[in-house]
Each structure stands twice: as C-alpha cells, then as structure tokens.
Design a protein around this ligand. Structure first.
Ligand code: DSN
Length: 453
C-alpha cells in the first residue's frame, strides 16, 4: 500500500510536473497561511492515505452483504467498520456513510420524506442557514414551499418566531442547524416545536459535529428524527456526508410503509446515488476512529477556546462581534461601522495569507458577493496546534491590514504595499510554526504517536 502511494507521487512528478507543481504549491500555501474559513479543516495524513488507496478501484453498488457487484469482500468490511464507528461516536441507532456530501444528504432526506410543494421551515440563508435548508437558490427551495426563520435582536435564534411560523405554516419538516451561527442550538426545543405541529425534524450539524462528539455542544441525535453532517469540517475526514438517526430510526416514515431507517437506506441507494465513493468511506472510518480519541477531545477544546479568545481579541480592537461572542468555532464580525465590506476585507486579508470568508450578517442589505460581515472559524488553527493565547496575535495581524485598507467602492480598495508585505511575511513566519499535520509532513511520525491505516 505504501509503495503504491509513493510510486504514484513519484510518477506524478515525472509524468505531469505541471499538476505536481500545483499540488505542491497548494500544500505550501496552506502551511504559510492562517486559515480561518469556518468550514475549513485539515485532513489527517491517515485520512489522505485511505482516500488515495486502491480501494477506490472497487465498484460497489448496494450495502455490505447486499452488493450488485462481485469483489466487495473488503469493501464490505470497511463500510461496516465505518457504520459501526459512526454509530458508536454519535450514540446513534442508524448510520449511513455513503452520501457524497452533506448537501446531497440533505436533499435526499427532503426528497424521500416530502412531496414536491410540501412546506418546509428552515433557518433563512441570510440569517445563518444553509442553501439546502430551503434557499430559493437550491433544489430545496425550488422543489418545496420553503419558509425561513431568523434571529432576534440579540442575534440568537428566535424560537418564539420558529414556533409562531410552525403553528401558522404547519410545515411537514423543520430544519435546524446553521452555517453562520455562533451560538448553541437548542435541539430539544426544536423537537418540541416539531412535535406540537406534527412535523419531522432534520438537524444538520455539519459545522459543529466535532464539538458534538466531544460533548462541547448538545447532540441532536436523541432529539431530531434525522441528523446529517459532512465529514470534512470538524470531523477532519474526507469530503463526504453522513446520515444518523437516534430512536426515531424505527419510527414509521411518512409513506406509512417503511421505517425511517428503511426509507433512508433506499433513498441513498438506489434513489439518489449510485456506487459509493468507497475510498471516502474508508477515510470516514479512519476519521471516526480519530474523533473518538483523547487527542481529538483536546483539539475540540482548542476549537472552542480559540474561538472565544478570537472573539474577545476582535472585540478589544473595537470590532462588533455578532451576538457578542461564540459558543462554537465561529466568530461573526459586523464590518459596517468600519466602512468595509466583507468582500474587501476578505480580499485584503487573503493578500497577506489570512484566509476568511465574507458573510451576510443579520439584516444585511448587500449582495452575497459583497456582504457586510466576515465569518471566521477555528477548526484549522486548532488542529494545527494554535492555542487561545495565540488568538490575540491572529486578531492583531488581521487588524493591521483591515485598519489600513482604503476602500474605493464596495469591491475595490487600496492597501499600502509596504504594510501588505510586512504583514504577509509575518503571517507566513508565524504559520510555519504550526505544521498542517499532527507531525511534520516531511518527517516521520514521532515514536508512540497515533498511526493510521
Ligand atoms: N456550507 C459552506 C460553508 O459553510 O462554508 C460550505 O461547506
């Protein structure tokens, strides 16, 4: 297995130097950047090894023990291992590890539970929700009659509004979970609301799955009928999706003929997907094992501690932190009173190697390509070993740029080249102190350290 991967890299360098150079440059870019995109992550080398293994050659439509192709004996073992580890990790009764992404998982949950035109209620995209929670820009908002709930004046989910909308609209499905919300989600409360109006509850924990696993955020699995997550953000696994269910796995599905678990099995395959990405399933199994380790719990504590320290550091520098702080990995900044758009701030910071993303803030009037806010996250910094004490330096470097940017309009700006270069050099030197792997990419794993597949 090792020689195949090593040979592949050698051959790539020789046969396709252009592509090899691009991939090498990308690794260097990551090593020399402070990546604070909230959905970003760093896949462990053992995850990369699974992704690059020869299991990718196997076509395996179906499920373990029930395949439509021969040659699946090892794939079956790997998929069953991934299922068992996912169930153990989340305390779930059911797990499906085949979805290619959380977006796909959400769309297939919606299309299997609902009929076109049915009413759904999810968090509004502009208030922090996700495209697949009912945005008109996605299938979820086109196929279904979607309504969006939002935040109250203090920037917290307005549960009274959720209840009032649910009572009035009688949705078939309520979706909770967010992509730009820094506070704890009360899954039990959502379930109470869903039960009152006879709706099913879908919880999408793509952004907070690692904190859930580490016990640093309440789990939706006992409450939601169905829980979805991606595996590449806080689980540090491959790009992919996961469907989980708690006790409702055995509940009767809306079709009146199947349990929810049976419906999900059919929905993933054959209704929505064909042959699964078996290399990704192997990598998911690897990631789930690591997420069960004490080492991961320490990383999760740093995710949270770093985010709180980062929010405090920006607050001290006069930035408005939406909702006043954070309970997870996300820090949302309102740039309105600094005279900057999210787009300008994102680009100025990228020019020095600080990678964030522009984001709508509650009540934002600007388009999604401009926005008035920034979303920062600490998944990548935490797994690279940065501590809460390092967050003041991260905020200081960002502020040195943002306080010198001169906007010309909503999209263009001037930044003094001497300042830019000085901060860029500082960021690269600082970032290189924190390898993007748990041990240096070019070196061997230290004796006694965690070793994977
Ligand atoms: N949902 C998008 C985000 O939060 O950035 C991509 O995963």
């Amino acid at each position: 297995m090792q020689s195949l991967a090593a040979t592949g890299i050698d051959l790539l360098r020789a046969d396709d130097p252009e592509l090899h150079r691009m991939l090498t440059d990308e690794l260097r870019r990551q090593e020399e950047s402070l990546v604070m995109v909230a959905s970003s992550s760093v896949a462990d080398p053992t995850v990369l090894a699974c992704q690059g293994s020869s299991i990718v050659n196997v076509t395996a439509e179906g499920y373990p023990g029930r395949r439509y192709h021969a040659g699946c004996c090892h794939v079956d073992e790997v998929e069953q291992l991934a299922i068992d580890r996912a169930k153990e990790l989340f305390g779930a009764f059911y797990a499906n590890v085949q979805p290619h992404s959380a977006s796909v998982a959400n769309e297939l949950v919606l299309t299997s539970l609902l009929r076109p035109g049915d009413t759904i209620l999810g968090m509004d995209l502009h208030q922090g929700g996700h495209l697949t929670h009912g945005s008109p820009a996605s299938l979820s908002g086109r196929l279904f009659t979607a309504h969006g709930y939002g935040l109250d004046a203090s920037g917290l989910i307005d549960y009274d509004q959720v209840l009032a909308m649910a009572r009035e609209l009688r949705p078939k499905l309520i979706i909770c979970g967010a992509t730009a919300y820094a506070r704890t989600v009360d899954f039990a409360r959502f379930r109470e609301i869903a039960d009152e109006v006879g709706a099913l509850l879908l919880a999408d924990i793509s952004h907070i799955a690692g904190l859930v696993v580490a016990g640093l955020h309440p789990s939706p699995v006992p409450h939601a009928h169905i829980t979805t997550t991606c595996t590449h953000k806080q689980l540090y696994g491959p790009r992919g999706g996961l469907i989980l269910m708690g006790p409702d796995a055995e509940a009767l599905a809306p079709d009146g003929r199947h349990t929810l678990a049976q419906l999900m099995q059919r929905s993933v395959f054959p209704h929505f997907q064909g042959a699964p990405a078996v290399n990704a399933i192997a990598a998911k199994a690897r990631a789930f094992a690591w997420c069960a380790s004490e080492e991961f719990t320490e990383v999760a504590k740093r995710i949270l501690g770093n985010a709180r320290a980062l929010a405090a550091a920006f607050d001290e520098r006069g930035y408005r932190v939406i909702s006043g702080g954070t309970d997870n990995h996300i820090v949302l900044l309102d740039l309105t009173d600094r005279g900057l758009t999210g787009r300008i701030a994102e680009q100025a910071l990228e020019s020095v190697g600080i990678i964030v993303n522009k984001n709508h803030i509650p009540g934002d009037k600007r388009s999604s390509t401009v926005t008035s806010g920034l979303r920062l996250g600490t998944n990548t910094l935490a797994v690279r070993g940065l501590e809460p004490a390092d967050m003041a330096r991260c905020a200081e470097l960002a502020d040195r740029v943002l306080s010198r940017v001169r906007p010309l309009d909503d999209r263009t700006f001037l930044l003094d080249e001497v300042v830019r270069q000085e901060v860029a050099d500082h960021v690269a030197r600082f970032a290189r102190n924190f390898p993007i792997s748990r041990y240096p990419v070019t070196g061997a794993a230290p004796a006694g350290s965690f070793q994977g597949a």
